[in-house]
Design a protein around this ligand. Structure first.
Ligand SMILES: NC(=O)C[C@H](N)C(=O)O
Length: 495
């Protein structure tokens, strides 16, 4: 069978069960596609030997009756997850040469479920960015292009390598993480599906920390069904993460009936922002009509504190980052600067951190340190935390009034060109997160579903936001939207 790498998880799983292919064949097909896609710079550490070894073991396991759902399925892992004995750099120079002694809970869950890791995927440094351009490895490149224009576009960020790899069929699916939109924005930019589950659904243990009260892992896949399959395999209670929820994991795939009759879908008026491109407005209106045609009840809602979400996020996330990143001191991990005679420990810290962190990470550490400092703590950090509570309450009120899910655009535009936003004011880049950060601040599940193309042929996505712990319901609504939208476009192969 050719082009096995183009399959999704569900299709490949079914072929494996019928004995029509093997994990080794699937894995080999992905490895060949990865080798031919150097131009995308998606995989930054490849693990072909390990992959084939695990694929062989999976083929053995598949001979029995109890092989788990992801048994034998080749996937990519974002470079933020610690993988035992395999380079884990979080896209940063400061973690150069770091090979963890342990496996993150999420990647261990996937290994236990039989998934086959092909390698580690490119990302913005410490997951700070929306274009993958802050990566020490150089940016990942989107497989998509605007019409016949050969300008390189961003796959989004920070999980840009994951999005590029899934969209270009280098793997069947990938892991991502989302602190302010890092799964949903790259998914929307590349015509793939990405879900950020409820905060606490996936363990954060062994995932390099950015902003601990916001970080969540999730799957990036070719379909909603695949997202359901992979989320179930990734998540679950973990005693090693005190914020991990001790809740049973439902069979998400079994909940995909496509029936959303009578579901109340909220359309928040505050998400209709000034300067929103007509194409995004149209996409949103089309998505609303699709859900209505599928039997949902559409209601106008208000989330009054939405406009404060982005500023609150860009105070809280840097504050937590400045604290989390204090551990990179040149002693315990990775890079250490070369010192001169007379340099003491202070010079060692300063030189190491100045060399080891890129500009965006330095900016956030400085902002975070500032907003946490004695004279400014109340004015910035505490105020941002209070705003966060109000944002959370906005959602609680809407759900208490009977709304089942909320539909919004996922991003304010289609993918932009590499370099187009890096020289600009950093706030322009931060504005990419305008529709996604509210969900992280409130700890809710959110999913991006590809629903259309812009005038230049680039994918656009819509976001559905669900109630806490109701990912199954959210996935089902997303499934209904996906079915109605019938998005089948793929990037033309140029790499
Ligand atoms: N990690 C994320 O969710 C990315 C977000 N754009 C940020 O730069 O903070």
């Amino acid at each position: 069978m050719t082009d096995l790498n183009k399959l999704g998880l569900a299709e490949a799983r079914d072929l494996l069960r019928k004995g029509e292919t093997t994990s080794v064949e699937l894995t080999q097909s992905c490895l060949t596609a990865i080798d031919a896609a150097g131009a995308l710079n998606a995989f930054v550490h490849k693990t072909p030997e390990l992959a084939l070894e695990r694929a062989k073991a999976a083929d053995e396991r598949l001979k029995g009756d109890n092989a788990p759902a992801m048994c034998g399925l080749p996937i990519g892992i974002k470079d933020l997850f610690c993988t035992k004995g395999v380079d884990t750099q979080a896209g940063s120079r400061i973690l150069e040469g770091f090979k963890p002694e342990y496996e993150s809970t999420v990647s261990q869950n996937l290994i236990d479920n039989g998934a086959v890791m092909l390698g580690k995927l490119n990302m913005d440094e410490f997951a700070m960015g929306s274009s993958n351009e802050t990566s020490i490895y150089g940016n990942a490149v989107s497989p998509w292009r605007r019409g016949n224009d050969d300008a390189e576009l961003t796959p989004g960020g920070s999980s840009g390598g994951s999005a590029a790899a899934v969209a270009a069929d280098l793997c069947l699916a990938a892991t991502g993480t989302d602190t302010g939109g890092s799964i949903r924005q790259p998914a929307a930019f590349t015509g793939t599906v990405g879900i950020k589950p409820t905060y606490g659904r996936c363990s954060r243990w062994g995932t390099v920390a950015f902003a601990s009260s916001l970080d969540q892992a999730g799957p990036m896949t070719k379909s909603v069904r695949d997202a359901a399959i992979m989320l179930e395999a990734m998540c679950g209670h973990d005693a090693k993460d005190s914020t991990s929820a001790d809740l049973a994991v439902p069979n998400f795939e079994a909940m995909l009936t496509g029936d959303i009759k009578g579901k109340k879908i909220g359309i928040p008026k505050e998400y209709c922002m000034d300067g929103m491109p007509g194409e995004i407005e149209q996409l949103w209106a089309d998505g609303t009509a699709m859900l209505k045609a599928a039997g949902a009840e559409i209601v106008d809602i208000s989330l009054p504190h939405t406009k404060y979400a982005l500023p609150a996020y860009y105070v809280i996330a840097p504050a937590e980052a400045s604290s989390n990143l204090a551990r990179y001191d040149g002693v315990r991990y990775g890079h250490r600067a070369t010192l001169e005679a007379g340099d003491g420990i202070t010079e060692m810290y300063e030189k190491t951190r100045a060399e080891g962190f890129g500009h965006e990470v330095q900016r956030r550490v400085m902002i975070g340190t500032y907003v946490l400092s004695a004279g400014f703590y109340d004015a910035y950090y505490n105020r941002a935390r209070r705003v966060r509570t109000l944002i959370k309450k906005d959602f609680e009120d809407v759900f208490a009034a009977g709304v089942d899910a909320i539909l919004t655009p996922a991003t304010p535009s289609a993918a932009f060109g590499l370099g187009e936003m890096t020289d600009a004011d950093p706030v322009k880049m931060y504005l990419n997160d305008v529709f996604t950060v509210t969900v992280n601040l409130a700890g809710l599940p959110g999913i991006a579903v590809p629903t259309g193309l812009d005038a230049q042929g680039l994918p656009l996505g819509l976001q559905l936001i669900g109630k806490p712990w109701e990912e199954g319901d959210l996935l089902n609504t997303a499934y209904a939207l996906e079915t109605a939208a019938g998005f089948v476009a793929k990037p033309g192969k140029w790499w």
